[in-house]
Design a binder for this molecule. Structure first.
Ligand code: HEM
Length: 423
């Protein structure tokens, strides 16, 4: 033992050692069978002191369903997929136990764990959210199809709706931005709060999982639009007008939450997420006429109303024709196709992204981080995307470059952990 280590070790208290274990995974202290941790578990009623003034900013982590699915959209997202580097199910269990504890704390505006006051150790929390309110932070976990391969003995538990995402017409999917064993969606009303959460989850995963892809996104902030009107995407159109009302339990059951008819019982309270990173050809779009832009979507740009109507929330009424007998909303427009005759619905929760400049072309590298939730992607997202990929007028201006399908786990009850119904 060299001198330096010796001195450091002398200065470590028993509590410090426990905390050190917490850095690499609180789960080191957690038996496979339960949550007997040495740390006080945060409860839902404990937002941090800094956050006390803004309790409305706090979205409880524990619950029947994970937050971040039917939760009204926050302003920012940090999303990442991880690949597991361990092949031990016990390690995976520990990882989810550690992530659960850390997530419950961070969503309450607390650091990832209690700080060790020992200058010889790295701080437990990375610190950039010290003093910040929870800012409606939500953290949502999902599992990709690859999670159910031979590594963890869970093959037989793979839900039938978690199929491999098919290849769609004109896809230009980059595997470096796609799939992954685990997806983590972090949303918050502050970009630093979101970044902090993702960074600390990646830190906790060390030795068990590594980042596979990561993408940040945004929409207009609530302070820029206090009226809370429908946000616009980077093509300038209101995006989200005809999205199901997620707060209506009947609709959510019908569209979002896994159902025992298709999904195993461990998925009760879970859902499936489809992710598509969609690059926009912004420069080409900017050169097209307003008329062409509106015909592409089938809606007016300013009001968001269906073509020929004046109210944003007016019915599409796809059958309407102009005086020459031509459909007012072109049958190959985005809304005409995505409407699916009103028979197939998904819950969209997408964010714009900008990754700066594409150095190869000198163009802006931006688009839509498309995210949607559905009860069974085989009957909802996939047929819808098949239809859009084959005929949508919008395809002239977009390219799908990343892709993923994930089973979002049910919520955890206090004392439990995300994934406990499966592991
Ligand atoms: C960059 C890509 C995309 C853009 C810019 C975009 C934009 C829009 C816009 C402006 C609307 C009309 C307003 C609204 O109701 O929200 C809309 C509607 C819709 N979009 Fe997209 N979208 C994109 C990709 C997708 C994808 C990949 C899907 C699903 C596979 C999808 C599904 C829908 C649905 C279901 C509607 C509502 C249709 C209805 O009125 O019933 N969109 N989208």
């Amino acid at each position: 033992m060299n001198r330096q280590t010796e001195t450091s070790e002398k200065k470590l208290t028993r509590r410090d050692v426990l905390k050190m274990a917490g850095i690499g995974g609180i789960g080191l202290l957690v038996g496979a069978g339960g949550m007997k941790t040495f740390f006080p578990q945060p409860t839902q009623a404990e937002p941090s002191a800094s956050a006390a003034a803004s309790k409305g900013d706090y979205i409880p982590f524990y619950g029947k369903n994970q937050a971040g699915i039917i939760t009204p959209m926050q302003d920012f997202i940090s999303m990442a997929a991880f690949n597991l580097t361990t092949s031990s199910l016990a390690d995976v269990r520990k990882l989810f136990q550690s992530w659960t504890l850390a997530s419950a704390r961070m969503t309450a505006g607390q650091p990832v764990d209690d700080e060790i006051e020992n200058p010889h150790l790295p701080p437990v929390d990375t610190g950039e959210s010290i003093g910040l309110a929870p800012m409606k932070l939500t953290i949502t976990f999902g599992l990709g199809a690859s999670f159910f391969d031979d590594r963890f003995g869970l093959k037989s538990k793979k839900p039938a709706p978690l199929v491999d995402m098919p290849r769609f017409n004109s896809d230009e999917i980059n595997p470096d931005w796609s799939e992954g064993d685990i997806v983590v969606q972090v949303c918050a009303d502050d970009p630093q709060v979101a970044f902090h959460a993702m960074r600390n989850l990646a830190r906790i995963a060390r030795g068990k999982a590594v980042l596979h892809w990561m993408q940040e996104g945004f929409q207009r902030t609530a302070s820029a639009d206090p009226s809370g009107s429908t946000p616009r995407n980077l093509l300038g159109f209101k995006d989200g007008t005809n999205n199901p009302i997620a707060s209506e339990p009947k609709l959510a059951d019908e569209i979002v939450w896994a159902n025992s008819a298709e999904s195993p019982s461990w998925m009760t309270g879970g859902t499936y997420m489809a992710m598509r990173r969609i690059r926009m050809r912004i420069e080409v779009w900017d050169r097209s006429s307003l008329e062409d832009q509106e015909a592409t979507f089938g809606r007016h740009r300013h009001s968001g109303a269906p073509i020929g109507k004046s109210g944003e929330f007016d019915d599409l009424e796809l059958g309407r024709k102009d005086s020459t007998g031509k459909p007012l909303i072109a049958p190959n427009s985005h809304v005409a196709l995505a409407h699916m005759d009103g028979k197939v619905k998904i819950l969209r929760r997408s964010y714009s992204y900008s990754n700066g400049m594409d150095v190869k072309t000198g163009q802006i590298n931006a688009g839509l981080l498309f995210i949607c939730f559905n009860r069974d992607p085989r009957k909802q997202f996939i047929p819808m995307q098949q239809k859009l990929a084959s005929a949508d007028r919008l395809n002239e201006y977009i390219t799908h470059v990343g892709s993923g399908l994930y089973a979002c786990l049910p919520g955890a009850r206090e004392g439990g952990y995300i994934g406990d119904t499966l592991f």
